[in-house]
Design a protein around this ligand. Structure first.
Ligand SMILES: Cc1ncc(COP(=O)(O)O)c(C=O)c1O
Length: 428
């Protein structure tokens, strides 16, 4: 198909639309029976962070993310406006795609999802299983968007942008209605920013709702700070993008309607580093028994990083956990890395004499401190010390910074320069 450059009529850079509180209220009346009313519950993690902390658990939606709210709303409104429409088209390899596929199926509306040719098989299969037609095109999401706009025009369908269509924004905003119902005296709401649709919806309701106006904070990853870039430039403009664990937030240019709605209302935008996102994912498993993807965990990551101490301490804070779709192999790597970063997993090398009594003595020393050896390797070939020595590399589970300090003291006293801790990435 010969592709033309088509501007999305619903996301016009020269005429951005500001979403209102009333539009969010109206969206809720349309979608409330079609989505799951997710819990917003207090967390014991708050005691450690000196905050009354609540989590809005959007990862509990049927497809594991909040995008369903916007998808359901946008498809229903599209049918109302244009009953003869042949279906909806979206460009996404992530949560918006599965949300559109699922709600298209529920509402009996054909959905076409355009994904990059490099999209993982699993993501493609998920959308197909949920009833969508999947088209693979190009290598980037802008390629997919161009194809999707052309496909929609030629097939009597409507293109629905996942972070900038006003019906998507209004749908996402319904999260803040539920938050304010469940925690009416909330002081601070914290949410992730990708293309800015979620932040825009939340701001529209939370700031437009007359009684109480909680502080709204948006969080993005340092690997793609699109909203910060837009605020610096005064309009959506491309941010440098690097691979990130929070892949749902990797949108280099935030939405025009999203920016116009959120920029004047948001109180603060925070950029977090990846290590805090990993730690947040680990803590959510440990404290909440919740599996949350990187994009969904950045709100907690921002609190853990200490960047919001002034705003959240001794306050009632709701963090939106927006999605839970993390690959299990990635999850297992994240857990190991986060344990290391949290000072609960360390690696050390000790050079000892290669004699029968030496290794048991070393292990006894470690056990006396309370550390647990989970992996041990002996290295005889690749060391520079005398030939009758062996370097023992040990990975140990420890209880945190205090135990690491004790270990360091005792080992230094016994083994001196023959002992070292390897790549201690602890951030505790
Ligand atoms: C889990 C999750 N959280 C947050 C976001 C960001 O939402 P938005 O693009 O509306 O800013 C996304 C976007 O795909 C997401 O998948």
């Amino acid at each position: 198909m010969q592709l033309q450059d088509i501007t999305d009529p619903n996301c016009d850079p020269d005429n951005p639309r500001v979403v209102t509180c009333d539009e969010v209220v109206s969206a809720y009346s349309i979608i409330k029976d079609n989505i799951i009313r997710t819990p917003c519950t207090i967390s014991r993690l708050g005691c450690q962070l000196n905050t009354e902390l609540y989590f809005k658990k959007e990862f509990m939606q049927y497809t594991g993310n909040f995008k369903e709210r916007g998808a359901n709303h946008a498809i229903i409104r599209m049918k109302e406006r244009n009953p003869g429409v042949a279906g909806a088209v979206s460009a996404s390899a992530g949560n918006h795609a599965s949300a559109m596929a699922y709600h298209g199926k529920c509402l009996g509306v054909p959905v076409v999802v355009v994904m990059p040719e490099t999209a993982p098989m699993m993501k493609r299969k998920l959308c197909e299983d949920l009833g969508a037609k999947v088209i693979l095109y190009g290598t980037t999401l802008s390629d997919c968007k161009k194809y999707g706009l052309n496909y929609a025009m030629r097939n009597g369908m409507e293109y629905i942008n996942g972070y900038d269509h006003v019906d998507i924004l209004a749908g996402a905003g319904t999260i803040s209605m539920e938050i304010l119902e469940d925690v009416p005296d909330v002081d601070v709401i914290i949410c992730p920013i990708g293309g800015g649709g979620l932040l825009a919806g939340i701001c529209a309701y939370a700031k437009g709702n007359c009684d109480r106006q909680p502080i709204v904070i948006g969080v993005e990853t340092d690997k793609c700070p699109g909203f910060t870039q837009a605020m610096n430039a005064g309009k959506p403009s491309p941010a440098e993008t690097l691979p990130t664990l929070a892949e749902g937030l990797a949108v280099p240019v935030v939405g025009y309607n999203s920016y116009a709605t959120a920029a004047p209302l948001v109180d603060q935008v925070v950029v977090v580093e990846e290590k805090w996102v990993m730690l947040a994912i680990l803590y959510l498993i440990e404290y909440e028994k919740a599996v949350v993807e990187g994009a969904g965990a950045v709100g907690l990551a921002a609190i853990l990083s200490g960047k919001l101490d002034d705003v959240v301490q001794n306050k009632k804070v709701v963090v939106v956990l927006s999605g839970g779709n993390i690959d299990v192999t990635v999850l297992s790597r994240v857990i190991e890395r986060a344990l290391a970063a949290d000072g609960r997993l360390i690696e050390m090398a000790v050079t000892i004499q290669d004699k029968p009594t030496q290794l048991p003595e070393l292990l006894k020393e470690i056990a006396a401190i309370g550390a647990n050896v989970v992996h041990l390797e002996e290295n005889r070939a690749f060391i520079l010390s005398q030939v009758w020595n062996v370097e023992v590399r040990l990975r140990c589970e420890v209880l945190g910074k205090d135990m690491i300090n004790t270990l360091q003291e005792k080992m230094n006293a016994k083994y001196g320069s023959n002992f070292r801790i390897l790549e201690n990435a602890a951030i505790v």
